[in-house]
Write a protein that binds this ligand. Sequence first.
Ligand SMILES: *[C@@H]1O[C@H](CO)[C@@H](O)[C@H](O)[C@H]1NC(C)=O
Ligand SMILES: *[C@@H]1O[C@H](CO)[C@@H](O)[C@H](O)[C@H]1NC(C)=O
Ligand SMILES: *[C@@H]1O[C@H](CO)[C@@H](O)[C@H](O)[C@H]1NC(C)=O
Ligand SMILES: *[C@@H]1O[C@H](CO)[C@@H](O)[C@H](O)[C@H]1NC(C)=O
Ligand SMILES: *[C@@H]1O[C@H](CO)[C@@H](O)[C@H](O)[C@H]1NC(C)=O
Length: 323
Amino acid sequence: MFGLFLLLSAVIVAGLGKGLSSAWNATVPRWEWDPDSEPFIDGGDNGQYLNLSSGIDLWYTIFGKETSKKTPVLILHGGQGQSNQMYHQANALAKTRQVILQDTRGQGRSPYTSFTNFHYDDFTRDAIALLDHLQIPLVAVVGWSDGAITGLDLAMNYSSRIERVFAHGANLQANMSIPGLNDPIINSGSGSLNSDFKTNGTTYSTHSKRDASGPYSCQTLSPTPQKCKVMEQGVSKMWRTEPTWGPQAMLKITCPVWIVDGDHDIEVERNQADALAAWIPFAGQLILPQTGHFALLQDPKLFNFALEYFLDMEFRGQLPYYR
Ligand SMILES: *[C@@H]1O[C@H](CO)[C@@H](O)[C@H](O)[C@H]1NC(C)=O
Ligand SMILES: *[C@@H]1O[C@H](CO)[C@@H](O)[C@H](O)[C@H]1NC(C)=O
Ligand SMILES: *[C@@H]1O[C@H](CO)[C@@H](O)[C@H](O)[C@H]1NC(C)=O
Ligand SMILES: *[C@@H]1O[C@H](CO)[C@@H](O)[C@H](O)[C@H]1NC(C)=O
Ligand SMILES: *[C@@H]1O[C@H](CO)[C@@H](O)[C@H](O)[C@H]1NC(C)=O
């Protein structure tokens, strides 16, 4: 999700570029970077549709090293976005394993037809329908924002299909003042992080040069461009009301999870990452330095290093809790 004021309501289609350097441009704080060039996925524009019996059409693409022994990775983009935003991750991971990307229903190249309201649970069932179609029994998930929330929804409800989840920029409550004072880390005996997220230690990203008409905008990509505005409103409505998970829901997760966030993320407040990491059994937490909600574009080098490290980590048997 992208927080109420975020955003730049926007069609986050920023481009991301092939040539983007991860070198530091000291004149602009990295968390304010809004990388802007041409997004592309290797072979990614050769996607196709899965037309579900429910009438939902999902755009997806699958590529990478088919013969790899590594678990395939399902890559889930953020709200009001599309798969190309994850191109840094897709292209890097595809060198060593299979990657699957899908444009969330109603977003990107997936048309906004046959349904009205947006729900994480529907995104979750769509992802399973796609995996069933592809006959892929088990995946690792890397998700950003709405995609990370969907990744957790998958882990909660389809534990036999999900090997592990790298969840960047997820929240567990639409109302991010919850769990607030009950935050298990912020209120821990040893913690002293009782800060006001709105004003302390965080510099707001001021950049918002979102491109509403570029080649990867909803207007250009969507088979239902006349509904882009309604789609944005629908997704924003979901952000205001979902998710509403607590510790009980998190206890359903029995696979390895890293809860990841930029240290300057203002779309998702830190208590969300803290609560998720505290409540998901044995979860790890990774706070990426000098980045925001867009960390995967602002610092793809560190993001991808951490991602690949996590994906290749041997978990099985390490903790009896895990499968
Ligand atoms: C750094 O950012 C500033 C401000 O946007 C820009 O004018 C300048 O060209 C950038 N420098 C480099 C090396 O990208
Ligand atoms: C599948 O969905 C796409 C996107 O909406 C559409 O263009 C295509 O005609 C559909 N195919 C079938 C067989 O319904
Ligand atoms: C997954 O589990 C959560 C927590 O119990 C629940 O709220 C949600 O509806 C479930 N999602 C699906 C797709 O079954
Ligand atoms: C969000 O949660 C807080 C704390 O429980 C509550 O005071 C506030 O009214 C809630 N806001 C909304 C919009 O529901
Ligand atoms: C930082 O947070 C504390 C605790 O909420 C608050 O008292 C203080 O005014 C905040 N500082 C600034 C500069 O906003």
